[in-house]
Each structure stands twice: as C-alpha cells, then as structure tokens.
Design a protein around this ligand. Structure first.
Ligand SMILES: *Cc1c(COP(=O)(O)O)cnc(C)c1O
Length: 376
C-alpha cells in the first residue's frame, strides 16, 4: 500500500451541511455558513474581523490592497516561501525584498530584517513556516521603530500561536489558507484576519468588488455604488458549509496531527543523536499545529537518495520551496539583501517532509525511514 504525502481529511459532516445550503436556496457569499466560519475565526484567533476568501493567495492579495502597497514600495519577506507571498506584492507593482531564514525554524531571520529596510520599505511579511511562529516580538519592535506594517502569511498557521497569541492575529493583518494540503481545508479557501480597526471599513468595500454593498445589506444606505478598488473575495456557501464541518472539529484534527508529529519526533531522536539527520526545533514561545514534519539531511544527495528509497517502499515524501530569489520570476520581480541567501539555498536542497495526515500509517514511515537511512 502506498502512503501519500497528504491525505485530505474529512469529518463526515461536510455533505450534510452542503445539503442544508441546497435546501436553503441561498448559495452566494456572506450566508449563514460563511458567517458562522468568520465568527469562529474571530473567537479563536481574537482578530477584530475575519473575512473568508477563495484562497490564502486571495487573502494575501486583499491584504496588500488594504495595506496600500503600490509602485515603488518594498515588502520584506523570506525567500523560503510560497510564490503567493511575493506575487501579492508584485501584483501591486511593488517589490518583494528577500532576506535569509533561521536554521532552526526555517522562518525569516529577524536579525537580518533591519539591514534590508530602505526609505521605500512599507511592510514586513513574516511567513510562519510549518505553523511555527516567527520571532514576532522582535519583528513588531523593528516595524514600530521604522513605521512599517506587519502582514503575516499565516497560511499554515491555523490555531498555532506565539506567546499565546494566535498566528495571523499579531500583525495588522494575517492570511490563513484552507487549501486541501493545509490542516483545515475546504478544497480551496482562505481567510483574511484584520487586527487593526483602520482597515475594516475598506475591507468590506474591497471584498465586494469595490462597492459599498455591505453597508447597503446592513440597511445603512439605500443604494450601493462603486466607491473604491476591489474584486470578488467572497466564498460561496457550499464551500463555507464544507469548511464549517472542519472548523467544528479543528481542535481534534490538529491534536491528531500533533500526535503524529510527536511520534516522528521521538522516533527520530536516535537518528539525530547519530548525526544522520536534524529534527525541527520548536522555540519555547511557540505552540505549533502539527502542519509539517520535516527532517534535514546532511546534503542534497542524501536527501534525494532517501526520498527515492522511501518511494520504492511506497512512501511519498516531498521536499519544499525552491527559494523564490533563485526562481525565474523572482529574478525578474524581486531583490535580495544581501544578494545571496545561503541558508535558504542549503535548506531547500536538504530538507524532506514526511507524510503528515490523520489516518495514515505513520508508524510504517518510521520503520522504513530507519531501514532506508542506513543506506544513504
Ligand atoms: C498554502 C500557502 C499559501 C497559499 O494558500 P492557497 O490557499 O493555496 O492560495 C501562501 N503562503 C504559504 C506560506 C502557504 O503555505
């Protein structure tokens, strides 16, 4: 039997909720299930307003519109991230500025941020890799000193926290993803978390195609018109119904993942002690959500060879980001400070993510890993 890298989880309640939507004959955005999901996110993260979006990518794009990122502006972020973090900035005509990552968490190295700040810098976009929080106190302090916004890419960060503050609720805004590869999903989906009241009114306009329709629905005005920049950032009710089934069980789903994470972590301790691999580090300030379990091998050859051997045993492990600064679009649209980012480069070649989903036989992954690693 093959073990997939990701097996999207379903709770069994999704279809029943979708059936309710069909019976309600109300399918468009901002319906009953959308409101339930948004309220849940507001309660669990403590954000002022949660807006469901068609994807994590859309949440990032909406965030950059609200932050007024425009031509000539720069946004500092790690190079070791998904294209969406950078694309959202490039789509505004602005420039992503990449800095290197920390070797322990693979998150942005907060000590390198200040050297990348210029008069054009508008924001810092920390990415919480694997649902492990970035060093947010330092990042917030730098941002405050230089008058910058902190815009979190918390796509992987649902219900994870830094110093008891939920990821995505720490900066002015945060983006979550509900893609099928994430802990909690609805196929494609996301959410924008707004933590600064200054952005709320405009967010309601931007998500409604640049109109003041939200005010109209609340009866605050008697007709609505086009008042600002915008797009369609709502999700339909079928998707929200699916998501609601998942959110109801979110804590349980995440504890299942953390159980797998902890098992990998204790099983692999001996291999780390023998110098065969490096396990992830979770700083004391961080409560993670079991999103990714990765190991770092000696070099790229060892990583690739282990990945091949696991595949021969039917186990699908995967590497992660090709650093954006070395990608074709990265070279065209962004800059790096300094011009080389050695850690991002090395980690990209040496890290391997192990299968991580509730319901997969992860014990077998451990056994095969022990067997295979002796040969690499
Ligand atoms: C998944 C992910 C995204 C994009 O989310 P989608 O919902 O797939 O659009 C953005 N950033 C990071 C770090 C991600 O892991």
């Amino acid at each position: 039997m093959t073990i997939p890298f990701n097996k999207p989880y379903t709770t069994g309640k999704e279809l029943g909720y979708i059936q309710q939507v069909i019976e309600s004959e109300r399918f468009a955005g901002n319906g009953t299930f959308s409101k339930k999901c948004a309220k849940w996110l507001e309660e669990k993260t403590g954000c002022l307003k949660a807006i469901l979006t068609p994807s994590g990518t859309a949440a990032l794009e909406m965030m950059m519109i609200l932050a007024d990122i425009g031509p000539g502006d720069e946004v500092i972020m790690p190079s070791f991230t998904f294209s969406s973090t950078a694309n959202a900035v490039v789509l505004r005509g602005a420039t992503p500025v990449f800095v290197d990552i920390r070797p322990d968490t693979l998150n942005i190295d907060e000590t390198l941020i200040e050297s990348a700040i210029t008069p054009r810098t508008k924001a810092i976009a920390p990415v919480h890799y694997a649902g492990v929080g970035c060093e947010m106190d330092v990042i917030l302090e730098i941002a405050e000193r230089h008058g910058l916004l902190v815009l979190e890419d918390a796509a992987q960060g649902i219900l994870a926290s830094y110093k008891n503050r939920p990821l995505g609720s720490i900066g002015q805004m945060g983006a979550l993803s509900f893609h099928e590869t994430k802990n909690i999903h609805c196929g494609e989906g996301g959410a924008l978390l707004i933590n600064d009241p200054a952005f709320i009114e405009r967010a309601e306009i931007v998500m409604e195609k640049g109109t003041d329709r939200s005010k109209f629905f609340r009866g605050e005005i008697d007709k609505y018109t086009w008042v600002d920049l915008g797009s369609s950032y709502l999700i339909n009710e079928m998707t929200a119904a699916f998501l609601w089934a998942q959110l109801e069980d979110a804590e349980d789903i995440i504890s299942k993942r953390i159980y797998i994470w902890n098992t990998y972590h204790s099983e692999l301790e001996i291999l780390e002690a023998k110098g065969k691999l490096k396990r992830p580090t979770i700083p004391d300030e961080c409560q993670h959500n079991g999103h990714i379990y990765y190991i770092v091998l000696e070099n790229q050859e060892a990583r690739n060879s282990l990945m091949d051997r696991l595949r021969e045993q039917g186990i699908h492990s995967v590497f992660h980001y090709i650093p954006l600064d070395s990608a074709e679009a990265g070279r065209k649209f962004s800059k790096s400070v300094p011009s080389e980012l050695p850690l991002s480069d090395q980690i990209s070649g040496k890290a391997l993510r192990l299968p991580m989903s509730p319901g997969i036989p992860f014990e077998r992954v451990c056994v095969e890993l022990y067997r295979s690693i002796r040969q690499v």
